[in-house]
Design a protein. Sequence first.
Length: 313
Amino acid sequence: MGKFKLPDELNFITVGRLPQKVSNTSLEGKICVITGTTSGVGYEAALRIAKAGAKIVMIVRSKQKAEQLCAEILAFSPVKPDYYVADFANLTEVRKATEAILANYPKIDLLINNAGVHMTTRQLTNEGHETAFAVNHLASFLITSLMLKRLVESAPARIIQVNSEGHRFNGLKIDDLNWEKRSYNGYAGYGASKTAQLMTVWELNELLQGKGVTINAMHPGAVKSNIGTNNGKLYNWFSRFIIQPLLNSPKISGDAIYYLASAPEMEGVGGKFFNLTNVEIPAKHAVNRELGKQVFEISKQLIHLDKENVYEI
């Protein structure tokens, strides 16, 4: 009898057990823009990439925590990090921070969109978007879209979208992105945001063909993080005492992001979904290109870039 093979929808089980790839490539002279760096996955990624010699430019929500991280990096690196403050649930603030970075940095070599949130109840941002969808998808899509031309001008360059196995929860209904017609489910809401992000990765990858810029998505592993701590005392108690003890250190995520950002063998590799450092097959619904093109166009409208020329690269 032949060796048993899991169906594609379950291949994440096998891939999750594979050994991780490593890189020791210097990033000296590189400019890395990274979001959500003040805890967990983003924090570890910022430290690892800074240790490789890159200049870290952060978009963060907390000025105080950003200052602390800058001091930590300066303790081992001669390259001064920089930061810009924005609430990722406020796309106006995200746009202002991104435009400030573009005004100050004529070259960007790496863009890592890591900031994320998990909601247990339906909440809308001040701009009228479901919060998880705004933070996890629209904010990263806005930053990426505004930086496309600069990244192409800086080629070779890489974009990494920190996604999640949570995209497998799905929940994406293109005619109900704000959950007005359904009862809100936190897992499905999270899945909808991550599915949308993945779908736009495929479209952006196609747009970037031949431009010297690659874009990939990755699952950062089952690791400890502060995601979801906005959901109240009961959730935080459950997370702290039940969930977090079962999870790994986010250092493995930082190392994986550094590999994807630096490894020579990743040069020219785009349009992939990685479980840490290994290629994985996403859920079937997330590779529906017909729906993905609709999500791409709707996302452009929601971030008010449908009439701008940022995609003419």
